[in-house]
Design a protein around this ligand. Structure first.
Ligand code: ARG
Ligand code: ZN
Length: 472
């Protein structure tokens, strides 16, 4: 326990402090946000979660989710209280087994006051009993829980976790997960990682999934519904599990023709990015109408609409590229979204080249030529796009164009050494755009500040297209 030193001149406040227990006086509340300038309320300060154990039950008929979350946590400051990010209805909170008081505040905050304060460096457990109808909860004007005719799905970026479990909702705090969900017999629960067991009794089946590598909260997913599940193994030996809603209708064949190539694609990507970082792989397609896809760790989420024009292996490449660029190495702050999306798009260009559908250079030239100088496209700087433009096409397309410019500046050998070395250099951690520039400068031995500024930070069209690689 820390004691505050009282300066002689501070006697008046010192006598006030004597009225409250010394332990509480030396501890302060954890901040209600982790310090991300794009999203000041996201995540929390004062602690770090190492593991989430989610033991849940879900009723598709009524969209009711209930259960218990147990978090293993370490205090990073002396804490009088701390926040979790959560939207469902909390019945009880315990800290190290003792009932704690709690209150909802803000858009999605759960404020927890333990009976006794927590000293910096100590490990503690938090148990949250909860229930609620996730689709009924709105924050920031929307819901990230997508109801389907046979269940529901949590998938969105950056916000998804608070609709189904309490946590420290920011990529800076990664943790391992056990997700165990009871659903009516005949219904499946799909999540990240490896399916450890299924167990049926009394009309309910429990699915237990485990993610044993650090995972950001927005990359945790849960889908309940009636799925066809396929299993396989990649050539390199990674177990693959895909899940397709039985209700995909006309999209079923194209979805399956795309995801069944996940193993081939992950092995192909590992030729550029280094070994696939996880011991599970796959994808799932629930019957939502969301339209976007998301790189949920080990098992990306896809929408039926992604397969409206037939197979879409390019999208599978995009989501699996994120397993290295986004999931293994995550943004340090949401302003760094280019280190996810620029690279996932560039991987699609490499795939296009592999498939004989146009080279990366040709696609870069196409992006440059198809946006005239007065196109608002050029006003969005991918290196710091602002929260409202986080997923603007400029982050993706101009972001990949910037990588082609980098490739042409430092040459293929250094460029591909950077692509492969980066995921290993920051594995299971976080990094910023500036970290990437410094890494590329170190590997290539070239100063790159001007190039990064031109292609990622200027709100205008660069004067000259990325010079062509000498070899092209
Ligand atoms: N990271 C996702 C992708 O590019 C984008 C998700 C966009 N999120 C959204 N709610 N539209 O695959
Ligand atoms: Zn993406």
């Amino acid at each position: 326990m820390h004691r505050r030193l009282i300066a002689p001149g501070a006697l008046a406040s010192a006598s006030l402090l004597l009225a409250i227990p010394a332990s509480a006086a030396s501890h302060s509340p954890g901040a209600p946000g982790i310090g991300d300038p794009y999203y000041p309320a996201y995540g929390n300060g004062g602690y770090d979660v190492s593991h989430y154990d989610l033991r849940l039950k879900y009723r598709p008929a009524t969209d009711e989710l209930e259960g218990t979350a147990t978090l293993l946590v370490r205090a990073t400051q002396d804490l009088s209280r701390f926040n979790l990010d959560f939207l469902l209805d909390v019945g009880e909170v315990r800290v190290d087994g003792a009932k704690a008081s709690f209150a909802a505040s803000g858009e999605h905050e759960l404020e927890i006051t333990p009976r006794t304060p927590l000293a910096k460096g100590t490990s503690f457990s938090v148990v949250v009993r909860y229930r609620g109808v996730p689709s009924s909860k709105r924050a920031y004007g929307f819901t990230s829980w997508h109801r389907t005719p046979d269940g529901g799905v949590a998938a969105n970026e950056p916000e998804a976790a608070a609709w189904w479990f309490p946590g420290n909702d920011h990529p800076l705090d990664k943790a391992t997960y056990d997700v165990s969900v009871q659903v009516p017999d005949g219904t499946q629960a799909i999540s990240n990682g490896t399916l450890q067991s299924t167990d049926s009794r009394l009309g309910w089946t429990r699915y237990h999934w485990r993610s044993d590598k650090p995972q950001a909260t927005y990359l945790a997913t849960l889908a309940i519904g009636r799925f066809d599940v396929t299993r396989g193994t990649t050539e390199s030996g990674i177990p693959v599990l895909n899940a397709y809603s039985k209700d995909l209708g006309e999209h079923y064949g194209a979805a399956r023709a795309s995801l069944e190539r996940s193993g081939e694609i992950a092995d192909w990507l590992s030729g550029f990015f280094g070994p696939y970082p996880y011991d599970a792989l796959g994808g799932y397609v629930p019957n939502t109408d969301t339209g976007y896809a998301l790189e949920t760790q080990t098992r990306p989420f896809y929408s039926p609409r992604n397969f409206a024009n037939g197979s879409n292996t390019s999208l599978v490449v995009h989501e699996l590229a994120h397993q290295w660029y986004g999931d293994l190495v995550s943004v340090a702050g949401w302003k760094d979204i280019w280190i996810n999306e620029g690279f996932a798009r560039y991987a699609q260009w490499l795939w296009s080249e592999h498939e004989g559908e146009g080279t990366a250079q040709e696609l870069a030239d196409h992006v440059y030529a198809s946006h005239p100088a007065d196109d608002p496209f050029w006003t969005v700087p991918p290196g710091d796009p602002g929260p409202e433009n986080q997923f603007h096409t400029a982050v993706y397309d101009r972001g990949a164009l910037a990588l082609q410019a980098l490739r042409n500046e430092i040459g293929d050998e250094a460029f591909f050494a950077v692509l492969e070395g980066w995921p290993r250099a920051y594995a299971h951690g976080n990094a910023s755009v500036a970290d990437f520039r410094r890494y590329a400068e170190r590997v290539s031995g070239k100063p790159l500040a001007a190039l990064f500024d031109t292609w990622l930070f200027q709100p205008s069209k660069p004067a000259a297209p990325a010079a062509r690689a000498a070899s092209v």
